[in-house]
Design a protein around this ligand. Sequence first.
Ligand code: PBG
Length: 331
Amino acid sequence: MADLDDLTGPTVRPRRLRTTPALRRMVAETSVEARQLVLPLFVREGIDAPVPISSMPGVVQHTRDTLKAAVAEAAELGLGGVMLFGIPATKDATGSGALDPDGILNAAIADVVGEVGDAVTVMADLCLDEFTDHGHCGVVDAQGRVDNDATLRLYAAMAQAQAAAGVHMVGPSGMMDGQVSVIRAALDADAHTDVSILAYSAKYASAFYGPFREAVDSSLQGDRRTYQQDPANALEGVREALLDVEQGADLVMVKPALAYLDVVRQVRDAVDVPVAAYNISGEYAMVEAAAANGWIDREPAILETLTSIRRAGADVILTYWASEAARLLAR
Ligand code: PBG
């Protein structure tokens, strides 16, 4: 038996680098910066005051005016970008509001680009589900299936409408096969070669999109499993990302983020373009709900969430906390 008084203790002590805040800051492997954050924003047609989204406390459906103010603030805070979602007053089977140059999303793009110019990257969701009465991301055929190729034609026209309105980057999120190449060709045909594409590449059929349905007033008929990915599959996510890079995606995205951090890492290691991750509505709602109940400490939980997504390999994060996080990081 060794005499306890003779113990010298370990020579190697990882705790040494944790001694002071300055030291911990110096050796931190990962950081989160405002420029890496993108704020998703909702704009609704025909309202004259913002409408709160009950399942996403602190997030609202904006009027065209309050949207401009939110984007100006995002620019002021040095955010990387904003991602716009439109909620039309009326929806129909083909989502025609998405193609209308005066439709809510295209009008809002023109508003905010007029307001902030190039000070912040203005992105728009390129998908039909906010505009269709059945809530699917594309048109539905006589058999009730979402018709891939018929939908592609609408995506091409939607991309051209968004580019005409002045968007900097389009975000195709409908998971139709071939959507990136069709959108790239449509943009180039209209001489919008500078409009870039953030492809929602590995997008999973997730239960965590729940609050988003309220945010865009969507009542989905059925589910999205014939086009969004099975949560069981990671390799398939890498394959989708590689296909999108081949088709001309400028950035690729994994969505949701938290339940798919392994996919974020695998995609980061597989591609040579920036990788984004979408910290989605249900992930936001979980933290907000737990914090509202006093079960977790809200601000550190937000920063830890964003740090974990960066550590997994995301270069860019879409998060409803973008503006608040920029403020927290600045103090
Ligand atoms: C599709 C789209 C969705 C989200 C972003 N783009 C919903 C879906 O595919 O079901 C979800 C974002 C979130 O939940 O925060 N237009």
